[in-house]
Design a protein around this ligand. Structure first.
Ligand code: FMN
Ligand code: SF4
Ligand code: SF4
Ligand code: SF4
Ligand code: FES
Length: 646
């Protein structure tokens, strides 16, 4: 590949790539993201290659492995261009039929997405309700490009924004455009990106750095991974534009080591961009030099925090330090350093290409553009969703997420990762934005969204997140190291039925201290899960502490299972399935639960046939004594239940 030495040459290369491609030639884009690979995408890709060779169709049909388009739950997923026919849950055995359908210009109906609610099938990707209600300005490109091919990125207009910045805009113009766009950081705090860049560019120094935060420590979140793995050039292009705007000649990508594919793809992308002259010295023939290095993080959650990340980049243990001076003024090796999240950087080429006014058409008054969320938990359509800011939580949960499985009731949505907050049903019409979420006691965080149904105990949820944060605290400051641990201890006691009067107030006090006095945002925001659940579900805390009752019936120490003798039909299913042999029964014998042996696994409750529903789950009340042995015999045909048997 030849070096590109001017803006005109870039357009020539792009034109050459496009003219060598026939837009009408069918191309099968198969997601090769981690989720789809786990459900067999590699085998599907291999089967397509084999089938196409077997039929001698290499010149007629293209295939490509791509990044994740978001609907991982239905993977392996593929889209056939140019018609954009989308198939879900494709298996290697489906491949011959799909290849035939391309030749015959037909559709394989059984592989289309079927909407469970309406039974309607969606032929195109954009017809699927999950996608229909999204605005995928970033994620939408993933399925169009082979992440190993810079030519694919150039074909969709890649590096045009870098070229525009270098040839048509001054450093200040770029900065002003980003400021005007209102872009705020997608990694957590939502700090205005343009102001951060401006601070760095004005800080007196001969050296400046730009850094990508690809640590993504939130459990269950994988949006940064999807962007970095699936479209690494979009992040590199954004980073190079940022470097130009602030006057940096070195950049770093701090990526967690658990993302080996992202590291591999971005390293390859860097090499390709350098060969084309889009990174390195004299970029596009100008005097702008910019080199990028990838650094693998060791996987500690706290290393995602800006100062800890920079300390880790310097080769020292990643621990936060006080921010008397912001990192954009004195950061990596004490030099001005702009740290932004993967998604933040990926937005930059779009803003430069299409303009700030285009970007601000999406969003609320103070949150512009789109945001990628990782939608998980008790929701029908899990995966990555990209929505314009301002969309309501209700739309995300019900229109995009398809509602709660099993006809259960929505209870809360947790946003903002482990230190975010839980938002109750009464606030489902809240518009999603940085300030909107903070106002109700939660936060945007990096975009984790966990949906909870009515079988979720909110006290236990708070305990779970505090457990994670206690493990991840670096231990440097007391309010976090000791305070959060003490909160966890108290919450654990409450969920075990050992809560006592004054515990809730003690928790509030500890939370307040951590918010005020912890050194970094891990400790400062760690009380959020507790504070938000207390605010919206106080009755659940009180039931646990004062009535030793878990209203959601999930805290094991506070629940019990027993069998209603009037309903048991001695079908023996529960006794056979009980893992601890805690169910005493037999043919024609009403069954009883031996409370001593019962581990409260809930299996009997699940397996007792719905027409009997004899197993009862109770909390906060005494377990009824088992009926005497002599009254357990069921005489068939004479009615049911102990009373009638006598
Ligand atoms: C404990 C902790 C973990 C964090 N983890 C991440 C992370 O994984 N990725 C990220 O982009 N930001 C993370 N942040 C936020 C960063 O400190 C920083 O604000 C962000 O990377 C700045 O980029 P942005 O302005 O583009 O959001 C974390 C913050 C804290 C306190
Ligand atoms: S708040 Fe927690 S994670 Fe942050 S510096 Fe203090 S101990 Fe470490
Ligand atoms: S809850 Fe589990 S252990 Fe207890 S009786 Fe039922 S199946 Fe057995
Ligand atoms: S499964 Fe239900 S009906 Fe059958 S023996 Fe157990 S409790 Fe009785
Ligand atoms: S990994 Fe394939 S859709 Fe997400």
């Amino acid at each position: 590949m030849a070096r590109i030495n001017s803006s005109a040459e870039l357009e020539e290369v792009r034109a050459a790539i496009l003219s060598a491609r026939d837009p009408n030639k069918p191309c099968i884009s198969i997601c090769a993201g981690a989720g789809c690979v786990a459900s067999g995408a590699s085998e599907v890709i291999a089967a397509f290659k084999e089938e196409i060779v077997k039929r001698g169709l290499e010149a007629e049909i293209d295939t490509k492995g791509t990044g994740c388009p978001g609907f991982c739950e239905r993977g392996p997923i593929l889209v056939i261009y140019p018609d954009e026919i989308c198939y879900v849950q494709v298996q290697p055995g489906d491949v011959p039929e799909i290849v035939s359908s391309i030749k015959e210009k037909t559709v394989v109906e059984r592989l289309l997405f079927t909407d469970a609610a309406t039974n309607e099938k969606a032929v195109h990707e954009y017809d699927i309700p999950f996608y229909k209600n999204q605005e995928r300005i970033i994620l939408g490109n993933n399925i169009k490009i082979d992440f190993k091919s810079i030519e694919d990125y150039l074909a969709i207009g890649g590096y045009a924004a870098l070229s525009k910045s270098l040839f048509q805009m001054s450093e200040k113009d770029v900065l002003e455009e980003v400021k005007k766009s209102g872009l705020r950081g997608r990694g957590g705090a939502g700090f205005p990106t343009g102001s951060k860049w401006e601070g760095s560019s004005k800080a007196p120094s001969d050296i400046r750095y730009v850094i990508v935060n690809a640590d993504e420590g939130d459990p269950g979140a994988f949006m940064d991974r999807a962007v970095l793995e699936g479209n690494p050039h979009s992040v590199l292009e954004g980073l190079a534009i940022g470097a130009y705007a602030v006057g940096a000649s070195e950049g770093y990508i701090y990526c967690r080591q658990e993302y080996p594919l992202a590291v591999e793809n971005v390293n390859l992308a860097i090499r390709q961009a350098e060969e084309y002259g889009l990174l390195g010295d004299n970029i596009l023939g100008t005097n702008f030099n910019f080199k990028v290095k990838v650094h693998m993080g060791a996987g500690a959650f706290v290393c995602g925090e800006s100062t800890a990340l920079m300390t880790a980049l310097e080769g020292r243990p990643g621990e936060p330090r006080p921010k008397y001076v912001r990192s954009n003024i004195k950061g990596l090796w004490q030099k001005p350093s702009v740290l932004n999240n993967v998604e933040t950087w990926a937005n930059v080429p779009l803003i430069i290409n299409k303009g700030a006014d285009w970007f601000t058409q999406y969003g609320t008054a103070t949150s512009k553009g789109t945001k990628i969320f990782s939608l998980v938990g008790k929701i029908n359509n899990t995966g990555l969703v990209e929505v314009p800011m301002g969309v309501t939580l209700r739309d995300i949960v019900f229109k995009i997420g398809g509602g709660i499985p099993g006809g259960k009731k929505f209870k809360a949505i947790q946003t903002g990762g482990p230190s975010g907050g839980c938002i109750p049903e009464s606030m489902l019409d809240l518009e999603v934005g940085f300030d909107e979420l903070t106002k109700v006691g939660s936060m945007m965080g990096s975009g984790g969204m966990i949906v909870m149904d009515d079988e979720t105990c909110m006290v236990d949820v708070a305990r779970y997140f505090l457990e994670f944060l206690t493990d991840e605290s670096c231990g440097k400051c007391v309010p976090c190291r000791e305070g959060i641990r003490q909160m966890l201890k108290t919450l654990t006691n409450i969920t075990k039925g050992k809560g006592k009067e004054g515990d809730i107030e003690l928790l509030e006090e500890l939370a307040e201290t951590a918010v005020e006095a912890a050194l970094c945002a891990l400790g400062k925001s760690a009380p959020n899960p507790f504070l938000s659940t207390l605010k919206y579900f106080r009755d659940e805390y009180e039931a646990h502490v004062y009535e030793k009752r878990c209203p959601a019936m999930t805290c094991k120490e506070l629940i019990a299972f027993h069998i209603d003798p009037a309903l048991c039909q001695a079908c023996m299913v529960c006794a056979r399935k009980c893992p601890t042999g805690a169910i005493i029964g037999g043919k024609n014998m009403i069954h009883v639960v031996d409370q001593e042996k019962c581990t409260k696994c809930g299996t009997c409750f699940e397996v007792c046939p719905p027409r009997f529903r004899a197993v009862k789950k109770i909390s906060g009340e005494p377990v009824p004594p088992p009926i005497p042995e002599e009254q357990r015999v069921i005489v068939r045909g004479k009615g049911k239940g102990a009373a009638e048997n006598e």
